[in-house]
Design a protein around this ligand. Structure first.
Ligand SMILES: [Zn+2]
Length: 197
């Protein structure tokens, strides 16, 4: 039994990943070991690399391997539009969908009375700061259509009202929908049909 201890430990770790259970973790590990040179070794190297270099962008909260992410670093993305999302996964979903040419702001969650999460616990003060210092003309609130997501959108709208054009994603986003689970076409359509708040 001890001869498979490390492999068992690897399977146990993999099973903790979102979307993987013990069964798919076993299959994945078996596959990795069989493709040691092609998959396992490069994966191990990359994981070590990412573990050492991954960090949050100091400006928007995106995750990358430098202090300022590619989107914030690109002058082309400074078009005055700022898209506010809850989570990095939402930012990546918007980027996959394409169509948005501005920059992002990742809140890092939503306001929640239940969990005692207030504006200071999220990147809301930084958002307000960016709106005044980065020449932002439109803030697109691309928050999830959940109760907490919408509460957060209203709070931000109150803070920024009269300083900037405020819009939100329109049709196509199902009630209770989360951006990361939507197909790219739905996100693009919702972005194009965004409405003023
Ligand atoms: Zn950034």
């Amino acid at each position: 039994m001890s001869s498979t201890r490390d492999i068992d430990a690897l399977i146990e770790m993999m099973a903790k990943l979102p979307g993987l259970g013990p069964r798919s973790a076993r299959r994945a590990v078996l596959h990795l070991i069989r493709k040691r040179a092609l998959l396992l070794s490069p994966l191990a190297d990359l994981m070590q690399e990412v573990a050492a270099t991954a960090r949050e962008c100091v400006s928007c909260g995106n995750i990358g391997t430098s202090d300022v992410c590619n989107i914030c670093a690109s002058e082309k993305r400074a078009n005055g539009e700022l898209c506010v999302v809850e989570d990095v996964a939402d930012l990546w979903a918007m980027e996959r969908a394409g169509g948005f040419k501005g920059r992002y702001h990742v809140l890092g969650g939503t306001l929640s009375a239940l969990d005692a999460i207030g504006p200071e616990d999220l990147r809301i003060p930084r958002l307000i700061d960016r709106v005044s210092t980065e020449g932002i003309s439109e803030v697109i609130l691309a928050l999830n259509a959940t109760v907490d997501g919408q509460t957060t959108a209203h709070y931000i709208a109150d803070q920024l009202e009269s300083r900037v054009r405020l819009t939100s994603l329109a049709q196509g986003v199902p009630i209770g929908g989360e951006l990361d689970y939507l197909d790219d076409g739905t996100i693009s359509a919702a972005l194009r049909a965004r409405k003023d708040i």
